[in-house]
Design a protein around this ligand. Sequence first.
Ligand code: AMP
Ligand code: GLY
Length: 437
Amino acid sequence: MVKILLVGNGAREHMIAEKIVYSTSKPTLFAYMKANNPGIAKLSEQVAIGPYTDLDEIERFATSLGVDFAFIGPEEPLSYGVVDVLERVGIACVGPTKELARLETSKSFTRMLTEKYDIEGSPRFKVFSSDEGILDYLRELGEVVIKADGLAGGKGVKVQGDHFQTLEEGYTYCKQVLSSHPCVVVEEKLIGEEFSLQSFTDGKSLFHCPVVQDHKRAYVGDKGPNTGGMGSYSCSDHLLPFMTQSDLDAAKKITDQMRDALFKETGTLYKGVMYGGFIITKTGVKLIEFNARMGDPEAMNVLSIMETDFVELCQALLSGNLHKVENSFEQRATVCKYAVPLGYPDAPVANEKIFLGEVPTKIKYYYASVDKQEDGVFMTGSRAVAFVGVAESLESAQVLAEDGVCSAQGKIFHREDIGTASLVQRRVDHMNSIRLE
Ligand code: AMP
Ligand code: GLY
């Protein structure tokens, strides 16, 4: 019997836990979490709760259980080098080593690779380790995006026009970043529609999942502050309504070029997930960033319709045989909507209960930032529970996800518009106007 350790405690990991447990090989699941996710706990044989910084404890837990391999869900433990520690004691991991996780943890590393290995789709950019030359470059680019080099939970990126307006404000932000980070990345602001392509890799070949569109803004109509992602959708044809097959092919090519560059640069095969955030612009598909893990909420969209056996996929990835695995996803649409605490993301209510009453049977739900106590499930300040609808059409999947999220109660809110025909049409119109420019 296969024994698997899952590290992580979000909705993405709850979904991954379900895929592991329902694999045809009927493995036994163990979980290491930083907070007690009741969904993961229910599917696991045994759990350990502790911080992701405690790599010794994760190693002790894994070795005492004799697990066959580990799946690392979030970027946080990857950034501390959990994979290096587990591999040292002979436990293979789905997830990159600390060095390779720089794909996500260092924006300058990834941009540097695009330049060094001639990878397509990179915006114009420069990396600065002092403020010398920054002002000139800000002037040269016109509209810019400024990125702190390092993990910042999505908060290290400032977009001109959204988060700051003038060149002087941008310069001040660059100097602020440099006071606490070794460098700052300044890049051209790209205009277009974004999409996520998640690709499993054994370092040699890629297993692509259907593309997904996330919704970063907190409120209906793409208003309000940026969040970890309020919800997402995917379509039955595995494209998005504003996207062509050649846009998808371009994103796959960039991912493949980056996979190759990572090996050339480090001499080590990247084993895990490369999740590219792309944007379709007037001049084609560009790379916004790579993450070294599945997306949250995007994992819920693709894993809900993945027909390939998940454990078989992981085992093939670890043995370097990913090219032998058949890539199979149902031709169905998916919509994921998050219930989040009132006030999220800036001032979320804390320690409030969320009640899941009668969730309609056709709707799946996945716990995220919650903590199960004896007297109920408490929200811990971030996204609380994800609801997923899967159906033949996007509209039906949207109705299911909406029914699901509306069945939850507490001091919560969600975005009613994710996956609706009117919002999708706005995306299509936006893209059409850009392509026609
Ligand atoms: P990141 O943390 O790199 O995912 O950036 C967060 C968000 O900032 C992205 O989802 C984009 O919406 C935006 N962003 C990042 N880089 C750019 C860019 N070069 N041009 C336009 N928007 C960007
Ligand atoms: N969907 C955003 C993220 O996972 O980073």
